[in-house]
Design a protein around this ligand. Structure first.
Ligand code: A3P
Length: 286
């Protein structure tokens, strides 16, 4: 028998939004109509794909310095006061579906980075985040029900497949937009090379020394330690027990500690069907 549990979400316009996103309809319209600055950088992703990680890399490259303090604009949750007042260049992060992105994006002045991660690690990270998030606060089991819900898109931020398949088409649907897809497993296996790719995409001057320092600062252990010393206040308020919940394990293949053999086989079957038309490939271990 599969244990059942309820996940809090806000369905709107055929998509499951998280409960932390207030006034979804207004918020989405505000995002769609927002004013852009030519030097804005958008980071988009399916949640738990390493959004914060790539944000830190981008921030350090823009600044030309390997240290971080919170400067991004989190569109889905922060709303527009912080975004409007943020100094340039803004790093704007969102998980909303492509159709709700600012219509001005298609004018092609603003750069967009989409971050990806293999979905087995995403579902594990998603589950652990959800379990610890005060707003979601569910007590469900991971095996069976959470994986099923994830595969069906019945989780906050809807379907992973819908996200990656949509973004795979983005260069065709938005031909003017400077666009780059980044990937968690690639960053894990060669962070330096991936940081350099981002620097080139951003058109930022860099040297070997800066790359070395960014690679060091953006390692999982260094980042986790920094965040423990200098916690992001939002996550404290979001977490059920007031702890930092974002920097959990930071590995490729942790899913193997969570999936049963049957879970993995079922997942692979659905993955194969849903990704049949896709050219994207993901590494489930490195
Ligand atoms: P885990 O839960 O598997 O540890 P997002 O920022 O999109 O919410 O993604 C969060 C995931 O990225 C978490 O995964 C987190 O640990 C991981 N992460 C954050 N910073 C990282 C880093 N510097 N290196 C590797 N993984 C990182």
């Amino acid at each position: 028998e599969k244990p059942e549990f309820e996940l809090k979400m806000q369905p709107y316009d055929g998509f499951n939004y998280p409960v932390e996103m207030h006034n979804v309809a207004d918020q989405l319209r505000n995002i769609r109509d927002m004013t852009l600055r030519d030097d804005d950088i958008f980071i988009t992703s399916y949640p738990k794909s390493g959004t914060h990680w790539i944000n830190e890399v981008v921030y350090m490259l823009l600044r030309g310095h390997a240290s971080y303090c919170r400067k991004h604009c989190w569109l889905d949750a922060d709303g527009f006061d912080t975004t409007d007042n943020a100094p340039s260049p803004r790093i704007i992060i969102t998980h909303v579906p492509i159709k709700w992105l600012p219509w001005r994006l298609s004018q092609g002045r603003v750069k967009v980075i989409y971050m990806t991660r293999n979905p087995k690690d995403v579902v594990v990270s998603h589950y652990n985040f959800g379990v610890n998030l005060a707003a979601t606060a569910f007590d469900g089991e991971f095996n069976y029900s959470y994986i099923d819900k994830f595969l069906n898109g019945d989780v906050p931020y809807d379907s992973w497949f819908r996200s990656v398949l949509g973004w795979e088409q983005f260069p065709d649907t938005h031909p003017k937009v400077p666009f780059m897809m980044m990937n968690y497993e690639n960053m894990k296996s060669n962070l330096r090379q991936e940081v350099e790719k981002v620097a080139i995409f951003l058109g930022k001057a860099f040297n070997e020394d800066l790359l070395d320092k960014i690679v060091e600062s953006c390692s999982f252990s260094k980042t986790k330690q920094d965040k423990q010393e200098n916690p992001d206040p939002r996550f404290k308020t979001f977490a059920r027990d007031g702890s930092q919940i974002l920097y959990r394990k930071g590995e490729v293949g942790d899913w193997k500690n969570w999936f049963t053999v049957t879970d993995s086989e079922n997942f692979d079957k659905v993955y194969k069907e849903k990704m049949a038309e896709s050219k994207l490939t993901f590494r489930f271990s490195v």
